[in-house]
Write a protein that binds this ligand. Structure first.
Ligand SMILES: *Cc1c(COP(=O)(O)O)cnc(C)c1O
Length: 244
């Protein structure tokens, strides 16, 4: 078993608990999503063995191949369940419309829905496989060119459109603030996402989940109400950079 992996994971659970308690929240209301983009299949298997169950991937095709490897490593036939592990797979990266069908096949929760067109593709893909696809709406709160997400002022409009899509279940909001050395600087972005959620709830959209916080700033995110934190580097160490 991987000492480093379980030590890192324990540390993160502890930090999540402390942050939750500082904010008067229950530690078990925060779900740790282990981000395994660029992490090899055998490491994901070790993560399953130490008890991690929620995994975040940013690329659909990369994950499809990795899942096949994970199945092989566990000796599971195609279509078979993963030895009772029951992992939950999260898509946290940008989703292109032409990958919507594959994404609906693979992922339990898609965090990155940011347009009506993409939602429609997912809705019809989910309908074809008789699934209710759980999704989050990704909101862009910074003006960085490189980030995806719907703008704050359009978020409620999108939620209204999503209401009519019977094979989607909108469970909450996700955001990626800019990277700051000092996580306190990310706090206003987390707070803003929570405020948008509260406003949406007041308008009749029940949105439980707030997916926010990464290795560098997840404690701040938990203090501001995150229900899902997406942590990669702090669990698995520095990984190779993604190719362009
Ligand atoms: C890579 C990634 C993470 C994890 O980032 P770390 O800094 O490695 O914890 C979280 N969310 C998204 C959307 C990512 O792409």
């Amino acid at each position: 078993m991987d000492r480093g992996l379980s030590e890192n994971t324990k540390k993160i659970y502890r930090a999540i608990s402390h942050a939750a308690m500082r904010a008067g929240r229950e530690p078990h209301d925060v779900r740790l999503i282990a981000v395994t983009k660029n992490v090899a299949a055998d490491v994901v298997v070790r993560a399953l063995e130490i008890g991690l169950r929620d995994f975040g991937e940013s690329r659909v095709q990369e994950f499809r191949d990795k899942l096949a490897d994970i199945r092989n490593l566990l000796g599971v036939p195609p279509g078979g369940t993963l030895k009772g592990y029951r992992p939950r797979w999260h898509l946290i990266g940008h989703l292109q419309k032409n990958k919507a069908k594959m994404a609906a096949d693979l992922f339990d929760l898609i965090h990155s829905v940011d347009s009506e067109e993409l939602a429609e593709m997912l809705n019809s893909s989910a309908e074809k496989i008789n699934k209710t696809q759980r999704i989050l709406v990704q909101v862009k709160l910074s003006d960085e060119e490189s980030k995806y997400g719907i703008s704050e002022d359009k978020a409620i409009g999108l939620l209204e459109r999503l209401r009519g899509m019977r094979h989607l279940k909108v469970e909450g909001l996700m955001t990626i603030p800019p990277y700051f050395e000092d996580p306190q600087e990310a706090r206003p972005f987390f707070r803003k996402l929570r405020e948008i959620r509260d406003r949406a709830e007041a308008k009749g959209f029940p949105l439980q989940e707030l997916s926010m916080g990464m290795s560098n700033d997840f404690e701040t995110a938990v203090e501001e109400g995150a229900t899902m934190v997406r942590v990669g580097t702090a669990i698995f160490g520095e990984r190779k950079k993604e190719e362009a």
